[in-house]
Ligand binder design. Structure first.
Ligand code: AMP
Length: 282
């Protein structure tokens, strides 16, 4: 695995690979890697891609400064995991390398409705930062295929829109399923910050999603939504949303609607740690 810290050098190296008929598969991450991230890398590798992973803790997508400062960092262990997974290139840039003119100078993108709901509404400025960094990374790496996780479903939709705005119709997007711990908790870098008692409770988010799916037959989302919210509060969480939406466009649904593909999404804080999860309804 070759490690690059500078954009220009990485760009030159990858251009040479493309000239030699290799397809670039790209997995952007913020590090503190776990098996969920690694599943994306393995997927790219298995699909015959020349696999490029980036680790960059992007300051502009953190609306909460404390969350940024306390985000786990484990670069040495990350490198070891990427080596084992068959990653070809790791891009490990500095903030100055990614925002050469400063974070304020960088172009921003308008995601319209998607930025007004759920994560957009609860994390002002978050998707603006995501748009800035993903557009910069795509410009440097110029991948054929971009690998993202369903865990960040709304982010996947924002990036899909960004690809449209940037006019990159040949860029292929692969969205992989969420990897979970044995008790159902979605793997997340932030899970490392949970205390033992918090960790024991954290699978409740997934249990709520499953109960929203199961109670579809009863046909009253408002009741299930309230049950979940009350249960989360009773167990010491601060829920931000328990939502049901059309999976095609994230239009929020006030009740189950079998005429569209549905997704249920949840965000809640446990102590200082903010967790999100979702499942597609069957
Ligand atoms: P992050 O480092 O949190 O920015 O995540 C980098 C990529 O890994 C994103 O596309 C995430 O959606 C994806 N990812 C994060 N957690 C998981 C998971 N548990 N399973 C699969 N993919 C994940």
């Amino acid at each position: 695995m070759v490690i690059f810290k500078e954009a220009a050098q990485l760009g030159d190296f990858l251009r040479h690979k493309v000239e030699n008929n290799l397809n670039i598969g790209f997995i952007p991450t913020m590090g503190a890697l776990h098996s969920g991230h690694i599943s994306l890398v393995k997927n790219a590798h298995a699909q015959g891609m020349f696999t490029v992973c980036s680790i960059f803790l992007n300051p502009t997508q953190f609306n909460d400064k404390k969350d940024y400062e306390q985000y786990p960092v484990s670069t040495d262990a990350d490198i070891e995991m990427l080596l084992q997974a068959g990653c070809d290139v790791l891009f490990l840039p500095s903030v100055e390398e990614m925002y050469p003119g400063g974070t304020d100078k960088m172009k921003t993108y308008d995601f319209g409705y998607l930025d007004t709901i759920l994560e957009g509404a609860n994390r002002p400025g978050h998707f603006k930062g995501v748009g800035q960094i993903v557009s910069r990374l795509l410009d440097i790496v110029k991948p054929h295929t971009l690998y993202l996780g369903q865990k960040d479903y709304q982010q996947c939709m924002v990036i899909k829109k960004l690809i449209e705005i940037l006019g990159l119709p040949s860029l292929n997007l692969v969205i992989s399923p969420t990897l979970r711990e044995q008790d159902g908790l979605a793997m997340s870098s932030r899970n490392r910050r949970l205390t033992e008692p918090q960790r024991a409770l954290a699978a409740l988010l997934y249990q709520c999603l499953v109960s929203i799916q199961t109670k579809q037959a009863g046909g009253n989302f408002a009741i299930v939504q309230k049950e979940c919210t009350d249960l989360l509060i009773a167990k010491g969480f601060t829920p931000e949303y328990v939502a049901l939406a059309d999976a095609n466009n994230l239009q929020l649904l006030s009740n189950y609607d079998n005429s569209v593909p549905m997704i249920t999404l949840i965000a809640a804080k446990i102590g200082e740690i903010r967790l999100i999860d979702n499942i597609l309804l069957q």
